[in-house]
Design a protein around this ligand. Sequence first.
Ligand SMILES: NC(=O)c1ccc[n+]([C@@H]2O[C@H](COP(=O)([O-])OP(=O)(O)OC[C@H]3O[C@@H](n4cnc5c(N)ncnc54)[C@H](O)[C@@H]3O)[C@@H](O)[C@H]2O)c1
Length: 275
Amino acid sequence: MANQSPIPVVVNGAGGKMGREVIKAVAGAPDMTLLGAIDLNPELLNKDAGEVAGCGPLEVPITNQFEPMLAMAAQEKVLGVMVDFTHPKTVYDSVRSAIAYGVRPVVGTTGLSVEQIQDLAEFAEKASTGCLIIPNFSIGMVLLQQAAIQASKYFDHVEIIELHHNQKADAPSGTAIQTAQMLAEMGKSFNPPSVAEEEKLAGARGSVANEGIRIHSVRLPGLIAHQEVMFGAPGQIYTLRHDTSDRACYMPGVLLSIRKVTQLKSLVYGLEKIL
Ligand SMILES: NC(=O)c1ccc[n+]([C@@H]2O[C@H](COP(=O)([O-])OP(=O)(O)OC[C@H]3O[C@@H](n4cnc5c(N)ncnc54)[C@H](O)[C@@H]3O)[C@@H](O)[C@H]2O)c1
């Protein structure tokens, strides 16, 4: 590792809450170098990415020039990686462009549809380019999901409650959708109705994801990112809960993903697949 050139990393969404954490983490990783920082926020244009992130100057100005930055990353001797923490509306196009340039995407932005992920998987496969889509980079969430899979063998009733800050654009969270998918893959249906329900207010019972699993989304200032999976059976409730109190919790997963994506030749979805 000591003799290898550092991995050049471009951060898309560099000025955001997650982007700033990623800049700090990459700056502190001896096997990585921050090649570029992109953000569309005009107030951040040309500001030093390190200063914006709060880790001191890194001599990398924030730019809004996405494609030229990808072209630069593509010319590096070592495979470049683009970490994306931007917005659900633009992430699909950004990831497709990165793959087209041969730059490996590590995608934290949530909100991609199943069809978009499938399309990106086919595109990455054709281009023999690694791509990681990780709805949640925290190890605690991976452990919660594994515990939920175990519990789902014994419980037929489950509801997911995800709680986030009120700046979050997509609902339900990518993690909640992924958790429901994982439980649905157990090959059984959940929540058989025991009564004819009538919603007096639309959405009161949440949204129905795969195999009858319900997801409820809470948005409040003061929250960061939290998820409960509640299993119920006659006479008992089994609750699994994960709370994020600092975005630093995602960084070991982000750094691991940057290292792993350079070894991949196709798209992989979920942190549990690369641990
Ligand atoms: N996978 C995970 O573990 C994880 C954890 C936290 C947040 N997220 C997701 O990451 C995303 C970003 O979250 P955040 O809290 O940092 O949001 P944020 O709003 O604080 O930051 C987003 C940043 O991206 C910039 N931006 C938006 N569109 C852009 C574009 N097309 N090109 C370049 N820059 C652009 C914005 O100007 C902003 O600075 C959300 O989708 C969120 O759900 C994922």
